[in-house]
Design a protein around this ligand. Sequence first.
Ligand SMILES: Cc1cc2nc3c(=O)[nH]c(=O)nc-3n(C[C@H](O)[C@H](O)[C@H](O)COP(=O)(O)OP(=O)(O)OC[C@H]3O[C@@H](n4cnc5c(N)ncnc54)[C@H](O)[C@@H]3O)c2cc1C
Length: 315
Amino acid sequence: MSEKIEFVKCLIIGSGPAGYTAAIYASRANMSPVLYQGTQPGGQLTTTNDVENFPGYPDGITGPEMMIELQSQAKRFGTDVRDGWVTSVDFSGKIHKLWINNNKEIHCETVIISTGASAKYLGLPSEQKYLELGGGVSACAVCDGFFYKNQEVVIVGAGDSACEEAHYLSKLCSKVTMLVRRDVFRASKIMANRVINTSNIEILFNTETHEVIGDGQVVTGVKFINNLTNKISEIPATGFFVAIGHKPNTEIFKEFLDLDDTGYIINKPGTSKTNIDGVFVSGDAADHVYRQAVTAAGTGCMAALDAERYLASLE
Ligand SMILES: Cc1cc2nc3c(=O)[nH]c(=O)nc-3n(C[C@H](O)[C@H](O)[C@H](O)COP(=O)(O)OP(=O)(O)OC[C@H]3O[C@@H](n4cnc5c(N)ncnc54)[C@H](O)[C@@H]3O)c2cc1C
C-alpha cells in the first residue's frame, strides 16, 4: 500500500558534492530541504582514494571521507538526509510530484536535481578488477593524471574528450599511448591534430584493449589487439585511462526537461534553471565539460540560491 503524500518545500535528488552543497545552502536559508541519496550515497567521489584538488584540503583527503564531511555539514543545518531512489517524476503542474522507490509520493515547491553522471567503462574483467582495487584504472585524467607524473600510460577513446584528456596527460606523463578502435578519430579535426602533433603521444589505430595486466595490486601494462590482423601486443603502462564518454543520470526527467543529444539537462545560461519553473539542476547532470567536484559544488550553491529566490517570488 502506498504511503501518505508528503509535502516538501525543497527536494534535493542526489548526494554527491552538488547535492550536499545545495543542501548546506538550502538548510541555512530555512528551506527545510529533504535530500534523497540514491543508490550511491556520496556520489562518484566515493569510488576514489585521493582527492587532491578540492580547495581547503592542503594534504588531500579520500573521496569517502570528504563526502562524510559534506554530509555532516548539511545535517548540521537540518537537512533531512534519506535513503531512497527517485523512480519517477511529474513536472506537468505547478506542484512538482516525485515518487520514491515506486511507492512514496512527494509534492514539492522546488526540486534540485543533482543526479550526476556515470563514466562509461569497457567492461573487461581485468579493467574492473584494477578499477575496484584503485590500482591504476581511471576515467578522469584531470582527477588522476597527476598520480602518473613521468610515467607511461594508455588511454582509450577517439572523441573530443579523449583527445583533450590525452593531451592533458601528455604534459604530465613521459609517454601516452592512445588506442583508437577505428582507423580515424571521432574527434573534431582540431582536437585530433592536437594529439597527432604532440611528440609523446603515440596513436594506435584499429586497436582495441584485450586485457589490462598487473601484479594483482596495480596496473603494469596493457595487452591490445589489432582488429585488422588480430595480432595481440603488449605495452608497459602504470595507468589505464578510459575516455569513452559519460552517461548522465537523467532518464527519469526526459519527458519534462530539455536534454541535449547525450542526455545532459540543459540549464538556462549562467543559472541553474531548467525549462520548468521551480526545477533546478546542479553538478555533472548538466555538465559535460568540467565534471569536477568543485564545479559540482559551485553549481549546487547556485541551485539552492535560485530555488530560494524562486520560493521568495511565490510569496
Ligand atoms: C574515479 C573518479 C575520481 C574522481 N576524482 C576527482 C577528483 O580527484 N577531483 C574532482 O574534483 N573530481 C573528481 N571526480 C569527478 C567528481 O567525482 C564528479 O565531478 C562529482 O562527483 C560530480 O558531483 P555530482 O554531485 O554532480 O554527482 P555525483 O557525485 O555523480 O552524485 C550523483 C548522486 O545522485 C544520486 N542519484 C542518481 N540518480 C538518482 C535518483 N534517481 N534518485 C536519487 N538519487 C540519485 C547518486 O546516488 C549519487 O549520490 C572523480 C570521478 C571519478 C569517477
